[in-house]
Design a protein around this ligand. Structure first.
Ligand code: SAM
Ligand code: SF4
Length: 329
């Protein structure tokens, strides 16, 4: 799958559910309306869809959501997808999770061939954690991270940088993650979906964070890559890595290798654009994958050059109306 700008699409992120057991302030409103269950692809259909992308050259697959681990029987789908790891068609199967269910599932994930996961933790202060996630518990997530590490999974911590919320904690978070052999990635908040808060108040450019961290830590740019948009630095004092994902202050689209598919089978060629392709109809139209392959090919030819996120006080509406939990972070 090569797009019109010569970029090979080898990475698929799949949102297996739009539901979640948290209500993070920057991601969802407290009383979200979720999709009716009948709209969702079954796990078998999701498996077929993922497998079609693997046939077409996807090498890395990340399950996300909503919270992927709240989708019932997800382990059966992972078990089925792991056949592609065994044949070598798929190089990596990973997940982005809020960590709340990991005590229950970490061992199974490892047994099914998963080796790395990202866990989203924006703060290591229990009260703040409650305030950001509304419904989450830091103790539970910490127990989940312990279970994941014990199971043999490599854990990376993702934190959205939020002005006035967690910007006094990055030093502590470096010590916490690197002390446990985990990488830390900071992410700029993006204008996706209506939320109750004002995004201008939350937006913190990571260039500012880098300058702030450089006063305390020796940061060295390194070429380390995980296939995602993060740019990594080594923190000399800890020997650990810190990644920066800067969709707002630096446009990383030129090296974009990914597309996203939702739990209803909608393919988004870019996180920051509205254009999408329906894959559910071609998937259901025939037991053979011909129509599905054709729809995927046609959509890849429409992959846009990039996004154009802006957060400012004059522009109150989000750049993209769908929430991150729909497209999958
Ligand atoms: N529930 C899982 C989790 O929280 O890791 C997976 C889905 S969540 C939508 C994926 C990632 O997107 C999380 O790291 C979350 O912090 C991030 N995210 C959600 N809304 C965002 C936004 N508006 N801007 C930047 N990151 C966002
Ligand atoms: Fe749920 Fe993840 Fe969104 Fe938080 S960021 S509400 S955990 S989907």
């Amino acid at each position: 799958m090569i797009d019109p700008f010569g970029r090979a699409v080898s990475y698929l992120r799949v949102s297996v559910t739009d539901r979640c057991d948290f209500r993070c302030v920057y991601c969802m409103s407290e009383n979200m309306t979720f999709l009716p269950k009948r709209e969702l692809l079954t796990l078998e259909e999701l498996d077929r869809l993922c497998s079609a992308f693997i046939d077409k050259g996807v090498k890395r697959l990340r399950l996300t959501g909503g919270e992927p681990l709240v989708r019932k029987n997800l382990m059966s789908m992972i078990k089925s997808l792991s056949r592609h790891l065994e044949t070598g068609a798929l190089e990596e199967l990973t997940m982005t999770t809020n960590g709340s269910q990991l005590t229950r599932f970490a061992d199974q994930l490892y047994d099914l061939g998963m080796r790395r996961i990202n866990v989203s933790v924006d703060t290591i202060n229990a009260d703040k954690f409650k305030a950001i996630t509304r419904w989450g518990s830091l103790d539970k997530v910490n127990a989940g991270i312990d279970a994941a590490v014990a199971a043999g999974l490599k854990v990376k911590i993702n934190a959205v940088a939020l002005k006035g919320v967690n910007d006094d904690e990055f030093d502590e978070m470096i010590r916490w993650t690197h002390g446990r052999g985990m990488d830390l990635t900071l992410i700029e908040t993006m204008p996706l979906g209506e939320i109750e808060e004002d995004r201008t108040d939350q937006y913190l450019p990571l260039s500012q964070v880098r300058a702030q961290l450089s006063e305390k830590w020796t940061l060295e740019d390194i070429p380390y890559k995980t296939g995602g948009p993060a740019r990594y630095m080594e923190v000399k004092e800890t020997g650990g890595r810190i990644g920066f994902i800067t969709p707002m202050s630096h446009n990383f689209c030129e090296s974009c290798n990914r597309v996203r598919v939702t739990c209803t089978g909608t393919l988004y060629m870019c996180l920051g654009q509205e254009d999408a392709a329906d894959l559910r109809a071609p998937l259901r139209s025939s037991p053979s994958n011909g129509p599905l392959y054709a729809a995927i090919d046609e959509a890849i030819l429409r992959k846009p050059k990039g996004h154009d996120f802006i957060i400012d006080r004059d522009r109150k509406a989000p750049a993209v109306s769908r929430h991150m939990s729909v497209t999958g972070g």
